[in-house]
Design a binder for this molecule. Structure first.
Ligand code: NAD
Ligand code: ZN
Ligand code: ZN
Length: 340
């Protein structure tokens, strides 16, 4: 089977032919149909973060495909069933976080395409308990971006406790942001979309954003404050300055939810403003299996449009360049051939 492999940080990925992986107890082998390119995969391939994967590895955590082989002990999945394999490859199921509905914070978790081989491949392994069944009627190509970009932004809005009639700022209208705009609208919010390309701002408008802010030309904080300030701001742009810019647009009591992970990222939080304004800065990491089930349900109900372009896996290096240069409509999905 073919896989795109990171052999060394910052080097182009190499397409390799590898033997089909054999599922161990509790695992399944998935014949991948579609695999989304999340910006996290680029951070992984560049070794951007303090905790690094170990090359050689196969990135990819928006994998969707058909179960092809079952390891020992699997009774709830069957061969031929379509599943999604998200970032949360597995969690321990026993710790305080797992038991309290926060499996995404489990310290024993293994991350797909980071701590184990991921979805930039024709075949992959998944832990059956964390492979999410994809409901009938959702194509593999559409399910792929929902598997990380969808669940992450859906969860971040829950973390921000967004309510109808609030002003929500979405900073960065890429793979994550184009879905965040739609979830915020479903939650009833007025949505301010912020980006630095005309195409992304136009896309945000098409998806229902109420206010467009061009961070190249406008002062993001000032514009948001002129509308009363944001109750919540999702920082999805891979740019440190964008975090500071959108934080400055919070209203009193507003929440900045950090989601993007720029390399070596830090921001300065002024104590006086934070104390007197009662603002918060929170982090949000992907979402749980339950969150992903809800994301799939919303999509199956026809309430979300997934914007993507397909490419072959062989184009992985050019595809990464396209994302880094902002030349992608929203998400690239590698089309590995639908199994049915
Ligand atoms: P992307 O490249 O598709 O989108 C980023 C968007 O930000 C682009 O539209 C770009 O034009 C825009 N942008 C760049 N600079 C900007 C600026 N100064 N102001 C406003 N917008 C700007 O990336 P993505 O796949 O959506 O991922 C975004 C980030 O989120 C990455 O760092 C990724 O690693 C991270 N991520 C985090 C989680 C999590 O659970 N916390 C999950 C998935 C991805
Ligand atoms: Zn991701
Ligand atoms: Zn745990």
């Amino acid at each position: 089977m073919k896989a795109a492999v990171v052999r060394a940080f910052g080097e182009p990925l190499v397409i390799e032919d590898r033997p089909d992986p054999e599922p161990g107890p509790g695992q399944v082998r998935v014949r991948v149909e579609a695999s989304g390119l999340c910006h996290t995969d680029i951070h992984a391939a560049h070794g951007d973060w303090p905790v690094k994967p170990s090359p050689p590895f196969v990135p990819g955590h928006e994998g969707v495909g058909l179960v092809e082989a079952l390891g020992d002990g699997i009774t709830h999945l069957s061969v031929g069933q379509r599943v999604a394999v998200p970032w949360l490859g597995r969690a321990c199921g026993r710790c305080e976080h797992c038991l309290s509905g926060w499996e995404t914070l489990c310290e024993q978790q293994v991350n797909t395409g980071y701590g184990c081989d991921g979805a930039y491949a024709e075949k992959m392994l998944a832990w059956a308990d964390f492979a999410q069944p994809v409901p009938e009627g959702i194509s593999a190509l559409e399910a792929a971006p929902l598997t990380c970009a969808g669940v992450t932004t859906y969860k971040a809005l829950k973390v921000a406790d967004v309510r109808p009639a609030q002003l929500v700022a979405i900073s960065g209208i890429g793979g994550l942001g184009h879905l965040a705009v739609q979830y915020a609208k479903i939650a009833g919010a007025t949505v301010a979309a912020i980006d630095i390309t005309d195409d992304k701002l136009a896309l945000a408008a098409e998806l229902g954003a109420d206010l467009l802010i061009d961070a190249r030309k406008q002062d993001v904080g000032e514009v948001l404050r002129s509308h009363g300030g944001a109750h919540a701001a999702l920082a999805l742009a891979v740019n440190e300055a964008a975090f500071t810019a959108v934080r400055a647009g919070l209203r009193r009591g507003g929440k900045l939810v950090m989601v993007a992970l720029p390399a070596h990222g830090t921001i300065q939080v002024p104590i006086f403003d934070t104390v007197l304004g009662g603002t918060s800065v929170l982090g949000s990491i992907v979402g749980t299996r339950q969150d992903l089930a809800e994301v799939f349900r919303l999509h199956a109900a026809g309430r979300i449009g997934v914007i993507y372009e397909t490419r072959p896996l062989d184009s992985v290096n050019e595809s990464i360049d396209a994302v880094l240069h902002g030349h992608v409509k929203a998400r690239i999905v590698f089309d590995l051939g639908t199994g049915r």
